[in-house]
Design a protein around this ligand. Structure first.
Ligand code: ATP
Length: 305
């Protein structure tokens, strides 16, 4: 997947503001960003569901704006809100959609993969929200797609369903499926994705391996401990082992409440997004002002990481 200079403008406001991105075959890529960042707009352009204002896009070697039936049959989509008909049973709706693809998966395998065996013959309208979401996921994979788009797939899932979903994604990945995932669950992205991109205000703030995104400085571990009087201490260090050894030696024994904390993907993500917000922040308008003044866009400057 190749994206160059992608822009989407709604009523004079750029929801996607010049994105360049390559996603490799077989990788799982997480697109992360706050509400309104431009994730769904980007994904819907890649799916061929939304037109673009400018830029070049190639998905499985085809411009999605011109993707025909063959191209569509190679792609699986789980939209943010499912649109399946509630009057059919789970099995019927899957059967119907499987018929649209040249080489679909077995319906029973798909039902088992999303954990809906007990609900296979129940009308979709009668399922809980989380169960309906599982039907959305089932519809996304029934056509055995080469490329799977998952837009906030696990919203509404209980913890067990999420774990089961992660297993499903791992098995799809093992089969060679390319996956583009958007999610607000950073632990989900950290577990599933090979690489991630963080987007805010329609721009990519950073792209990189799930262990590298945000840069080395954002990932420096912190050692915390309490001294003999119970006072807390904290040191950021690239050498936590050495620091712990020196604390032990200085205290002459086990430090109390010792912790070595490595920043999570969530910490790194929040650092990136807050840094970008600070870079574009303008002073608050005087109170009582009813007219919203658009924030000036910084001059093609990369936001601070
Ligand atoms: N059809 C539309 N018409 C006008 N503006 C739109 C339209 N769709 C999206 N937008 C605007 O574009 C911006 C990006 O929206 P988008 O849905 O892509 O964000 P998102 O990153 O997917 O957010 P979320 O995490 O809330 O799903 C938002 O400011 C939104 O209000």
């Amino acid at each position: 997947m190749r994206i160059r200079g992608l822009r989407k403008v709604y009523g004079g406001i750029a929801a996607v503001d010049g994105i360049d991105l390559d996603i490799r075959r077989g990788e799982t890529f997480a697109l992360l960003g706050p509400n309104g960042a431009g994730k769904s707009t980007t994904v819907e352009i890649l799916e061929g569901y939304r037109s673009r204002t400018a830029g070049e896009v190639e998905v499985l070697g085809v411009d999605p704006a011109r993707g025909g039936r063959d191209w569509k049959s190679r792609i699986g989509i789980v939209l943010q809100t499912g649109g399946e008909t509630g009057l059919l049973t789970v099995r019927e709706v899957l059967h119907h959609f499987a018929g649209l693809y040249p080489n679909p998966r077995r319906i029973d395998d798909v039902i088992a993969a999303v954990g809906l065996e007990a609900k296979a013959n129940v009308r979709v309208a009668k399922l809980s929200g989380g169960q309906q979401r599982r039907v959305d996921v089932a519809l996304g994979i029934v056509g055995r797609p080469e490329l799977l788009f998952l837009d906030e797939p696990t919203t509404g899932f209980d913890p067990e369903a999420r774990q089961q979903f992660w297993e499903l994604i791992r098995s799809l990945k093992a089969e060679g499926t390319t996956i583009l995932l958007t999610t607000h669950y950073l632990d989900e992205a950290a577990r599933l994705a090979d690489r991630a991109g963080v987007i805010a205000g329609g721009r990519l703030l950073d792209v990189g391996g799930i262990q590298e995104i945000g840069g080395a400085e954002a990932r420096v571990p912190v050692v915390r401990w309490n001294d003999a009087e119970g006072r807390p201490h904290e040191v950021r260090t690239h050498e936590p082992g050495r620091v712990v050894a020196s604390i032990v030696s200085a205290l002459g024994g086990e430090p109390r409440a010792l912790e070595v904390i490595r920043p999570t993907l969530e910490d790194v993500y929040l650092g990136l997004v807050r840094g970008a917000e600070a870079a574009t922040a303008t002073p608050d308008p005087p109170s009582g002002t009813a007219i919203a003044t658009p924030a000036p866009t910084p001059d093609a400057e990369e936001p601070a990481a």
